[in-house]
Design a protein around this ligand. Structure first.
Ligand code: 1GP
Length: 234
C-alpha cells in the first residue's frame, strides 16, 4: 500500500495543506539538529532529506537521527542515487523533466535500481521541474540543465501535464534552494488548473505570507529548507 502517497492525495482532495521541512544531510550535525527537530512547527507534516551532493553515509546518519526524534514520515529527496538509504520511509523518485540531461531523466534511476529493489522504501514517481528563481541554483549547476523562465507559462504547464500523462504521481515545481524569487502564484495556479495529481512547490519560501500565497494559488505541499535551517522563517 502506498501509504505516504495516499495520504498526500487524500489531503489534496480535502484541501488540507501540507508542509515539508527539507534537511540537507551534508549540513547535518546531530548537535545542531536535535533541538530543531524536536521544536518543529506543528504545521510540519513531512521531513524531506536530500541535497545536491551528500553521500550515502551522510544521508544514513541524518535519516537515522531524525527517526529517533520524530514520527513524521521521512522522505528522501535525493540529488543523486548515492543518497538513497533504506532507513527512510519513502523516496521521491525525481525525474528532472524540465531539463534535457539524460542523466537526471533516466540514467540515475537505472543506476538506483539495485539499491531500490529490496529497500522497502515507498517509491513515489515525481515529475520535477526546475524554474528560474533569480539566481543560479545548485540543481542547475549539478544537473547541468537550464531552468525554465517563470514567464514561460505554457511550457511549464505542458511539461507538468506531460509528467502526469507519463505516470508521475506528483509534480514538484522547484525554484531552487535559496531562490531569490519563489515560484509565482500565477505559475502555481496555471499548473494546478488542469493537473490531477498533487502539486509540490519549493525554493525561496521564507515567510508565512509567501507560504500562504503558494497554498492559495494551489500548492498542496510546500517545501521549506533554508529559512527553517537558519531559523529565519517568519
Ligand atoms: C529546495 O525546494 C527546496 O529543493 C527548498 O528550498 O531551501 O529555498 O527553502 P529552500
Amino acid at each position: 500500500m502506498p501509504k505516504i502517497l495516499d495520504a498526500i492525495i487524500k489531503a489534496s482532495k480535502i484541501n488540507k495543506k501540507l508542509l515539508a521541512v527539507l534537511i540537507d544531510p551534508e549540513k547535518f550535525a546531530a548537535e545542531n539538529y536535535s533541538y530543531f527537530i524536536e521544536k518543529l512547527p506543528e504545521a510540519v507534516t513531512h521531513i524531506f532529506v536530500g541535497g545536491s551532493t551528500a553521500t550515502t553515509a551522510q544521508s544514513e546518519v541524518c535519516v537515522d537521527f531524525i527517526k529517533t526524534k520524530t514520527n513524521l514520515p521521512v522522505i528522501l529527496f535525493p540529488g543523486d542515487k548515492e543518497q538513497i538509504t533504506e532507513k527512510a520511509d519513502g523516496i521521491l523518485l525525481l525525474s528532472l523533466i524540465s531539463g534535457r540531461n539524460p542523466e537526471y531523466l533516466i540514467e540515475q534511476h537505472i543506476k538506483a535500481v539495485p539499491k531500490l529493489l529490496n529497500a522497502g522504501l515507498e517509491i513515489i514517481p515525481t515529475g520535477y521541474l526546475l524554474l528560474d528563481g533569480g539566481n543560479q541554483s545548485a540543481v542547475a549547476r549539478v544537473s547541468k540543465t537550464k531552468p525554465i523562465q517563470q514567464d514561460e507559462i505554457e511550457l511549464i504547464k505542458n511539461t507538468a501535464l506531460a509528467g502526469e500523462m507519463l505516470g508521475k504521481q506528483l509534480v514538484y515545481l522547484e525554484a531552487g534552494s535559496g531562490a531569490l524569487i519563489p515560484v509565482s502564484e500565477k505559475v502555481i495556479a496555471e499548473v494546478k488548473r488542469d493537473l490531477n495529481i498533487p502539486l509540490i512547490v519549493g525554493g525561496g519560501i521564507r515567510n508565512a505570507t509567501q507560504l500562504k500565497k503558494a497554498y492559495r494559488a494551489g500548492a498542496d505541499l510546500v517545501v521549506i529548507g533554508t529559512a527553517f535551517e537558519n531559523g529565519e522563517f517568519k
